[in-house]
Design a protein around this ligand. Structure first.
Ligand SMILES: [Zn+2]
Length: 190
């Protein structure tokens, strides 16, 4: 798949959004030693930093993306870790790659099974109504619905489309015409 300039911009925005969302500190239920639930604050930076203990006993956080180690202070302040994640080139690359994969997947899915169109529901009645309108407005012949090319277009747009006769079409057009006439009368004199 070729990426356009717009796609890249969109990915950049997504990366920024993702970064912001994932840096919100969240509250996690933690069992303490005597088994009482304690609400403890846990920053999401720890999803991306692995805690390592140096031979000296000092604790460091290792970035899972670039392996850079930063000292964990006694207060476990996360500012410098957050700052690193914002700038970590390896992380930005990883997120971009993930986003591109996601976009590619949704593209290939949409061509396979309708993908994003999974919520689309074919409404044959509605299609017939639109065709009736089209025939009425453009003064087309009722027999258009029996034309091979016309059916091919509709069938290619939805496999649920079923060919129907000019007699049915004639009824549809009359119904649409009558309804429009009533609507028009309603608006007369207003
Ligand atoms: Zn890093």
């Amino acid at each position: 798949m070729r990426m356009t300039h717009n796609d890249v911009n969109e990915i950049d925005e997504e990366v920024e959004k993702w970064t912001n969302e994932n840096q919100v500190d969240d509250i996690e239920e933690v069992d303490d030693v005597i088994g009482i639930n304690k609400r403890k604050k846990r920053s999401k930076v720890w999803d991306e930093f692995k805690e390592v203990i140096l031979p000296t006993g000092k604790k460091k956080g290792e970035c899972v993306h670039c392996k850079k180690q930063l000292l964990i202070g006694v207060t476990r302040a996360t500012t410098q870790f957050k700052r690193h994640l914002d700038r970590c080139a390896a992380r930005i690359r990883a997120i971009k790659k993930q986003k591109i994969l996601h976009i590619e997947n949704s593209f290939s899915q949409s061509s396979q099974d309708g993908g994003m169109l999974t919520t689309f529901k074919y409404n044959h009645q509605k299609v017939r109504e639109i065709i009736a309108h089209y025939i009425l407005i453009n003064e087309k012949s009722f027999s258009i619905v029996e034309e091979f090319g016309f059916n091919l277009i509709l069938k290619s747009m939805s496999p649920f489309f079923v060919k129907y006769s000019r007699a049915t079409t004639r009824n549809d057009v009359i119904q649409v015409y009558e309804r429009e006439k009533k609507i028009e009368e309603c608006f007369k004199g207003h």
